[in-house]
Design a protein around this ligand. Structure first.
Ligand code: SF4
Length: 255
């Protein structure tokens, strides 16, 4: 690929990300101050920010879509083709549960069962998560909210790729903004890194309170990991108990 084509591709990708954030009413994506400065040495001639200024959105709010509700956001996402994952999906798996949930679980992405059902966490991992919610916490799935970082199933259950996460994570952020829960529980590395940064190490940092946009966030293992490593259930239960205390639920001593 020629250098010019490569640069054009990079700008095109960045423009897509900036527009996706702006379309749903989020601020600019988390670029460092240095990157923004690099992108905008002179805003009147800058090829990226001149398309739409990411740091100072144009005042055309009547034309931009700012879905405030979960339903409005779902409508806005539509039959999404913003990343290549749309090519292999059966259903887009948006998320489900209470729009005013105190607790939101965030996973990585739909698997085969979820893709077929169009619902999050309904396969083997989902059954385990449901058990944690119902038997462990004494709640129902309807009382919490369950969603993923990417809304379409990655082929062969591979990890979502960087460009796919970048395209889809604005929707997750808008869901969290809309629900404004008391606690977010991130399940597994991909979800944690999507909200806390790529340096997050799940094995070292799970079980310690973090925060996302001032919302307390508990990182813990993904249920799929627990199915492969049942001994880690004890650690997850410790994390779940901390969440329960935080949202005012009674913790049973025998777990
Ligand atoms: S994964 Fe997200 S961004 Fe990609 S097509 Fe699906 S809904 Fe759109």
């Amino acid at each position: 690929m020629k250098v010019e084509e490569e640069i054009r591709d990079i700008f095109s990708h960045m423009r897509g990300v900036i527009e996706a954030y702006q379309d749903i009413g989020l601020g600019p994506p988390p670029l460092s101050a240095d990157t923004l400065r690099f992108l905008s040495p002179d805003q009147s001639t800058n090829p990226v920010l001149n398309i739409r200024n990411a740091t100072q959105p144009e005042d055309n709010s009547d034309q931009q879509i700012h879905p405030a509700s979960l339903e409005g956001l779902r409508e806005h996402i539509g039959n999404c083709e913003r990343c290549k994952l749309h090519q292999s999906r059966t259903h887009l798996v948006y998320g489900e549960g209470s729009p005013v949930a105190k607790l939101v679980f965030v996973g990585e992405g739909p698997g085969v069962d979820e893709d077929l059902a169009g619902r999050p966490f309904v396969g083997k991992s989902g059954k385990l998560l449901t058990k944690i919610i119902e038997k462990g916490m004494g709640l129902t799935r309807e009382e919490v909210y369950i969603c993923n970082v990417v809304k379409c199933q990655p082929p062969k259950n591979r990890d979502p790729e960087k460009d796919e996460i970048e395209a889809c994570v604005p929707f997750l952020k808008k869901q969290l903004q809309s629900i404004n829960p008391e606690v977010i529980c991130c399940l597994g590395r991909v979800a944690c890194q999507a909200l806390l940064g790529s340096g997050f190490k799940i094995t070292l940092e799970r079980g310690k309170w973090r925060s996302y946009e001032d919302i307390p966030l508990m990182p813990t293992f993904h249920p799929a990991y627990l199915l492969r490593n049942p001994s880690a259930k004890r650690q997850v239960w410790e994390d779940v108990k901390m969440i329960m205390k935080r949202i005012g639920l009674e913790v049973k001593t025998n777990g």
